[in-house]
Design a protein around this ligand. Structure first.
Ligand SMILES: NC(=O)c1ccc[n+]([C@@H]2O[C@H](COP(=O)([O-])OP(=O)(O)OC[C@H]3O[C@@H](n4cnc5c(N)ncnc54)[C@H](OP(=O)(O)O)[C@@H]3O)[C@@H](O)[C@H]2O)c1
Length: 212
């Protein structure tokens, strides 16, 4: 599958590296050619680089891994992604009164905003509920982590589910895209525990079910 990763930072690189290993054709959508240390990263891990719009238009799946504050113009600038599977990993983080919080959540979500910026795109919210390190290497964990998905298009969710499973997560369908209003606060639980409560970054949520 050809996967365009828009935003080659901690999340974009962790996911891209893992999907290259899984056999996908990963193209990082750069703002301009030659983003810092990108050449050495690509030489080590594989994958390619292309301007964001070209990468997105040629991809089967577009993965958004941008800082929320820069996301809207960058995402709108990707062009017409009508019909394309778009995975939104972004959490709509803002600083408010000196504390990290979410910009939206009760009446809409970051993912629903993304869907509004990309008319016709089949947006799936997922890969926002764990740290980049774990998303890139779930084998570090003592149990299989869970990763919820939310989206309105069943086939798009199937595509995203397969990519999430290849990372080692148990993918779990959480419902329609509006459920991103719950998944983005769930990411805040992870962030709070990891950063403010001292848990560190090497953990993820898991599901414990009754034994058969
Ligand atoms: N870090 C995590 O553990 C984690 C986990 C789950 C979800 N998330 C979410 O994932 C998103 C990305 O987080 P991150 O930690 O990967 O951030 P990051 O390390 O800051 O990476 C973001 C990348 O996006 C690039 N970028 C900025 N504007 C761009 C544009 N217009 N076009 C293309 N690339 C652009 C940045 O390039 P420059 O450095 O050159 O500006 C940077 O490489 C955020 O929304 C975050 O909330 C993060």
């Amino acid at each position: 599958m050809r996967v365009a990763v828009i935003g080659a930072g901690a999340v974009g690189r962790a996911l891209g590296r893992a999907w290259v290993k899984a056999g996908h054709d990963v193209v990082y959508g750069a703002r301009t050619a030659g983003v810092k240390d990108m050449a050495s990263f690509l030489a080590q891990t594989g994958g390619r680089e292309a301007p964001g719009q070209a990468a997105a238009l040629a991809a089967d799946v577009v993965v958004l891994a941008l800082p929320w504050g820069k996301a809207e113009p960058a995402v709108r600038g990707l062009g017409d992604l009508n019909g394309k599977v778009v995975i939104d990993c972004m959490n709509p983080l803002i600083m408010r009164d000196g504390a990290l919080g979410l910009e939206c959540g009760f009446e809409t979500s970051g993912a629903e905003r993304v869907a509004a910026w990309l008319p016709g795109a089949r947006v799936v919210k997922t890969l926002n509920q764990a740290g980049a390190e774990v998303m890139g290497d779930t084998t570090m964990l003592s149990a299989r982590p869970v990763m919820f998905l939310a989206g309105d298009d069943a086939a798009a969710k199937d595509t995203a589910r397969a990519l999430v499973a290849e990372l080692g997560f148990e993918p779990l369908d959480a419902g329609p895209l509006s459920i991103a209003r719950l998944l983005e606060p769930l990411a805040m639980v992870w962030i709070n525990q990891a950063i403010l409560r001292g848990e560190g970054r090497d953990w993820a949520f898991t599901l414990a079910r009754r034994r058969p």
